[in-house]
Design a protein around this ligand. Structure first.
Ligand code: FES
Length: 124
């Protein structure tokens, strides 16, 4: 077998005892604030966890490459600042960024962004 351990268990305990149990690197304490399963990109329904793991697995060079994860950031642009923070956290080996808003506040802020036709955020 070429490289790696035969168990191929990435998300549960390795039965050969070679790999430590999987720990989710995404989870900062969030106590009612935006959590790992909350949507970051409302246009394409992409969760925080999905984006974080995509960045982690694919070792992205630029935050804009997160758009390859189900199109995140390619709609209204609201989520781009958060995508940049996720990319930055992954690059520096930290847990996902804590977003100091509840999911409802985040959704409301995005709604206002759309209604007010604010200038579109960009990855630059
Ligand atoms: S919320 Fe992500 S592009 Fe609109």
């Amino acid at each position: 077998m070429a490289g790696g351990h035969p168990c191929r268990l990435r998300f549960s305990r390795c039965r050969f005892g070679k790999h430590p149990p999987y720990r989710d690197p995404v989870l900062p304490p969030y106590n009612g604030l935006m959590g790992p399963d909350d949507k970051i990109c409302y246009c394409y329904h992409v969760s925080f966890r999905k984006l974080y793991h995509y960045a982690l697995r694919n070792k992205l060079q630029k935050a804009s490459q997160l758009s390859d994860c189900l199109g995140a950031g390619t709609g209204c642009g609201w989520c781009i600042p958060v995508l940049k923070r996720i990319h930055e956290a992954v690059q520096s080996g930290r847990q996902g960024p804590r977003i100091d808003m509840t999911p409802e506040e985040y959704a409301d802020a995005r709604q206002r962004y759309i209604e007010n036709k604010e200038p579109k955020n960009s990855f630059d």
